[in-house]
Design a protein around this ligand. Structure first.
Ligand SMILES: Nc1ncnc2c1ncn2[C@@H]1O[C@H](COP(=O)(O)OP(=O)(O)O)[C@@H](O)[C@H]1O
Ligand SMILES: [Mg+2]
Ligand SMILES: [Zn+2]
Length: 511
């Protein structure tokens, strides 16, 4: 007696189909599982045996062999419990073989036969659909997440008995559905903070508006108490809404990390602000059971690093590669995979340990001390900030000034327009923001006329810019022109973009 059940495993952020075969033969009573298993799957053997017993299925004294294939991929996690149980029951004739064709099964078992939710259901169901499966059987608590995927039926079950009944006749059950449009009804953060609460700092607000419009990396530098943290915390109130495509990409990552928290999809752009004590693994991902790190949880959103020099220097240096590639490659003994990490980096810092450099009346640090402090941020990392902006000390009068500051919703309206322009320009190219442009795209979409060309050339020579900086200036200029609703990049757009590259020279210039 032989049976075959389909399941799937997470590899990076994608699902791979796995087949679970069970064979029952005469011989010494034995229950064996083969096919490159880690300890979790071995434990599955015990869980399956006890869960079946407690669901009223006594296994006859036979030799049972379960094989998971392909053998060359690691099968981690607990999502194989249910498919293994079903494969065994099918081999004993409890399940109609033809119902297993075209069906993908995932679920973890409790010893009492209940089915628990598992991580990664969204990418697993997505993979099943792509491979042409007709339906998926998932744990009840993962039903909404699975139902988000179009073009495949999702059945949810909470016990082994329910699963067996379902597999004997699909027509008596109704597939799960979800109204995806409703999930997107409140796309903007409802935290009650607003940019209008920040007095002054017009230049920083402008720089943030540009950064958010094109998803450019931005560094705020300035004395303590100037409002850097306050400004950054208000970024979620102006971030553009997610397209469905973007939402799916982010949700897959949260699904694998087990951070969907009862949401069917992530419908708001992520804003992650890890503490400076974070470890490298927690920041970039990995670990023995690999998990996406903060940079992937911030994919298509913001990674806010408050007080940048307080982070472990080696930890933030690791960001350099994913900042270029917009993904992180995790290598393990027998597998290599990529997690997306297309985040916008927002960082803040004081210019020295007392915080008041270059105000020599207030700064008590010696120049070597200032240098050492600024030196915590390496040149190559600095080069990855498209925009560097000073937050000036705010004076008493400005704080008292009751003049109406612009609120987040008005800023968001301008960002929305710039965003629509980008979506339209890069339609069907997998590009959503100017910051994602490759050098080849830049040549096509950031064309300069002679006057602008010579302005940039002058700056390039005078400021001794790298090729990376050159490309970043062009991308920021593209965003500034988009905010200006101008397809042509003109001198004022280029000069403003250059300006954001020159502020770091004031601090790191002579170093
Ligand atoms: N521009 C500002 N407008 C209004 N309040 C401000 C401003 N800057 C600072 N504050 C007040 O000072 C506090 C500290 O600001 P914070 O953002 O933490 O400064 P920084 O991060 O630059 O050290 C804020 O919580 C806020 O109450
Ligand atoms: Mg702060
Ligand atoms: Zn100082």
């Amino acid at each position: 007696m032989f049976s075959k059940v389909y399941s799937a495993v997470i590899h990076g952020i994608d699902g791979l189909i796995v087949s679970v075969e069970a064979d029952v033969s005469d011989g010494l009573p034995l229950f064996d599982m083969v096919g490159l298993l880690n300890s979790e799957v071995k434990e599955a053997r015990e869980r399956v045996r006890i869960a079946l017993k407690n669901s009223g299925y006594m296994l006859p004294a036979k030799r049972i062999t379960v094989n998971l294939s392909p053998a060359d991929i690691r099968k981690e996690g607990t999502a194989f419990d249910l498919p293994v149980a079903i494969a065994i029951l099918a081999a004993f004739g409890h399940i109609l073989e033809e119902n297993l064709e075209g069906t993908l099964i995932i679920g973890e078992l409790s010893l009492n036969g209940k089915i628990n939710k598992v991580n990664g259901v969204l990418p697993l169901v997505y993979a099943a659909k792509k491979q042409g499966f007709l339906r998926c059987v998932v744990p009840k608590d993962n039903a909404e997440e699975g139902a988000v995927v179009n073009g495949i039926e999702i059945y949810s079950v909470s016990t082994i008995t329910e699963a067996v009944n379902l597999l004997s006749d699909f027509t008596i059950h109704k597939p799960n559905t979800i109204d995806v449009d409703r999930l997107f009804e409140n796309p903007v953060s409802n935290e009650d903070v607003d940019f209008s609460e920040v007095a002054g700092q017009a230049a920083v607000k402008r720089a943030i508006e540009i950064a958010v419009s094109g998803m450019h990396n931005i560094l705020m530098i300035g004395p303590p108490g100037s409002g850097k943290t306050m400004l950054a915390k208000r970024i979620p109130t102006i971030m553009p809404e997610l397209t469905f495509e973007e939402s799916m990409e982010i949700s897959k990552i949260y699904s694998i990390a087990g951070l969907l928290d009862n949401r069917a999809l992530i419908t708001r752009r992520p804003f992650r602000s890890p503490h400076h004590s974070i470890t490298t693994t927690a920041l970039v991902g990995g670990g023995t059971i690999p998990k996406p790190g903060e940079i992937s949880l911030a994919h298509l959103g913001v990674l806010f690093l408050d007080e940048l020099p307080e982070f472990n220097k080696n930890t933030i240096e690791v960001l350099r590669q994913p900042l270029e590639e917009k993904a992180i490659t995790i290598s393990r003994l027998n597998a290599t995979f990529r997690y997306p990490a297309g985040f916008m980096m927002v960082a803040s810092m004081n210019p020295c340990s007392c915080g008041y450099y270059p105000d020599r009346n207030k700064c008590s640090c010696s120049l070597p001390m200032v240098k050492r402090y600024l030196g915590k941020i390496s040149k190559p990392l600095l080069d990855r900030f498209d925009i560097c902006i000073e937050a000036m000390q705010i004076d008493y009068k400005e704080l008292q000034n009751k003049k109406d500051e612009e609120n987040s919703s008005d800023i968001r309206k301008r960002i929305y327009k710039a965003r629509q322009i980008q979506l339209k320009r890069y339609e069907n190219q997998g590009i959503w923001f100017n910051s994602q442009l490759t050098p080849k795209n830049i040549r096509k979409y950031c064309k300069l006329e002679a006057k602008e060309q010579s302005l940039l050339e002058q700056a390039f020579r005078k400021m001794n810019l790298t090729a990376r900086a050159y490309h970043r200036i062009l991308k920021v200029a593209r965003t500034i022109a988009d905010l200006d609703l101008s397809e042509r990049i003109s001198t004022k757009h280029i000069s403003e973009a250059i300006c954001y590259r020159s502020i770091d020279g004031k601090y790191w210039g002579e170093m």
